[in-house]
Design a protein around this ligand. Structure first.
Ligand code: IMP
Length: 452
């Protein structure tokens, strides 16, 4: 049995909490794309854990796997593992031999490229994600398995450093520093290799997962970021460099598409919209300096935006940056539903909107005088869309302890809002998040109990 959890919007939909909730039914939790650009927050026994790379299921004693579609920064990997150990946990983390390694020069290049791009900058997390995936596609990357073979590692490192040193100096005008020092890098990464070897962390991911399935284990695939920042299906170029959608799960793990497709695919939806990074955002309220384009946002709603940002704690988990906020964007969700084939929805942060007189959604767009219900394929056209809104009566704040009493305990107007989303997407509601804690989620279905 497999369950795949996917962000349906722009990342930060609260996937960590849902992975944590459904993770009880899983034996193995697998990340299939991205790296330490993801920010997952898990609250376990009153303690908050913030993870950017390690699959959040390890907090509850599940085996965590970083699949071949991931890009792995060993410094972050071991920092996170050590931090969990210091807090009394014993994390079991495996890393695909085929996953690509983020090296320090990737971060330098990430910064260089962003600075050079100016208005085209994606507002990256600066973690070197894009340059590492570029190296993968450019066949000059270094994989986790290569670290374990010193002569292969050395040869590939020498080539990559030479290549990137030229780019850094001649394209970005950066003075290459320690990040481009072959000897220092070789030594440091060999010490990572020693630890990976010693702790038997490196696996042939597809084989490992197939064996787990054959042994009757349940697998949970933990998507990072969201559909609208998928490299193929997102708002290019303001995207991350991997397939964040369910599509990424087979390619990023080595299991067949049918294995993922036969399982459940749960779309995680935030009850409004938030965004870290640049580019258009048709339903944006207010604006955030350095991220909202000069002609974007709706400054007249700045106060409402600040209220939602503060109520929702909309500040980046990884970078601390204030997030841009807006109303729920239904065309974005229709697009995500088609791309991913959601079998269920988990709608989070419903509590954040409580207390507003009314709650609005972007129901459709108007583009060139026509009404469209899904996202146009280019980001520039998306930016030209005006929003056709639909407004719902608001609901009063409620005590998150109503989670125990099920959905019928929610205020009627909140239920109307949820039903609208589920009906429009023709996807059933599996869970509703009404607070940050695990007990503050109304569970209508547990996908691990649905089929086999
Ligand atoms: P990168 O993934 O660091 O290359 O950043 C590319 C784009 O994806 C930027 O707009 C980031 O803000 C965005 N991004 C990357 N990771 C996350 C995430 O976990 N949540 C939300 N946005 C993200």
């Amino acid at each position: 049995m497999t369950v795949t959890i996917v962000g349906s919007q722009l990342g930060d939909e609260g996937k960590g909490g849902i992975v944590d909730l459904y993770g009880d039914g899983a034996d193995v939790v697998v990340r299939y794309q991205g790296g330490d650009n993801a920010g997952h927050t898990v609250v376990h026994q009153g303690t908050e854990y913030k993870l950017s790379l390690v699959p959040s299921g390890v907090v509850r004693g599940r085996t965590g796997v970083l699949g071949n579609g991931c890009v792995v920064n060993p410094t972050t990997l071991f920092e996170e593992i050590d931090a969990l150990k210091e807090r009394g946990l014993d994390p079991d983390v495996r890393v695909s031999a085929r996953a690509h390694v983020i090296l320090p020069y990737h971060r330098v290049l990430d910064g260089g490229e962003e600075a050079a791009k100016d208005d085209l900058a994606a507002g990256t997390t600066g973690r070197g994600i894009g340059p590492t995936y570029e190296d993968k596609a450019g066949r000059r990357g270094i994989r986790v398995g290569d670290l374990l073979d010193p002569s292969v590692f050395r040869t590939r490192l020498e080539y990559a450093v030479e290549h990137h040193r030229t780019v850094a100096e001649e394209v970005y005008g950066i003075e290459p520093g320690d990040a481009f020092d072959v000897e220092a890098l070789f030594e440091r990464y060999q010490s990572f290799a020693d630890r990976l070897r010693r702790e038997e962390m490196v696996v042939n991911c597809g084989e490992f997962l197939a064996e787990q399935r054959a042994a009757g284990k349940s697998l949970l695939f933990e998507g990072a970021q969201g559909t609208a920042i998928d490299i193929d299906h997102g708002i290019y170029p303001y995207v991350t460099s991997s397939n964040t959608t369910a599509t990424g799960a087979p390619a990023g793990t080595g299991l067949a598409p049918a294995v993922i497709g036969d399982g459940e695919i749960v779309g995680i939806v935030k009850a409004y919209l938030s965004r870290v990074g640049t580019g258009p955002l048709p339903t944006e309220l207010g604006s955030v300096d350095g991220q909202t384009p000069p002609d974007g946002g709706r400054p007249e709603h700045a106060e409402l935006a600040t209220w939602i940002r503060d109520e929702g704690g909309e500040y980046g988990t990884v970078t601390g940056r204030p997030r841009r906020v807006g109303w729920l964007d239904m065309p974005m969700l229709r697009h995500a539903t088609r791309v991913n084939g959601f079998t269920g929805l988990a709608i989070n942060h419903l509590d954040v909107l409580a207390g507003l007189d009314s709650v609005t959604v972007g129901h459709a767009y108007e583009l060139d005088g026509e009404t469209i219900e899904t996202m146009p394929p280019t980001t520039e056209r998306w930016g030209e869309c005006s929003v056709i809104e639909k407004t719902f009566d608001g609901w009063e704040p409620f005590d998150p302890s109503v989670a125990d009493d099920g959905i019928s305990a929610l205020p009627e107007n909140a239920r109307t809002y949820l039903e609208y989303i589920s009906d429009e997407l023709a996807v059933p509601l599996y869970a509703v998040g009404i607070g940050p804690g695990r007990s503050e989620t109304i569970v209508l279905e547990n996908p691990f109990e649905l089929s086999d």
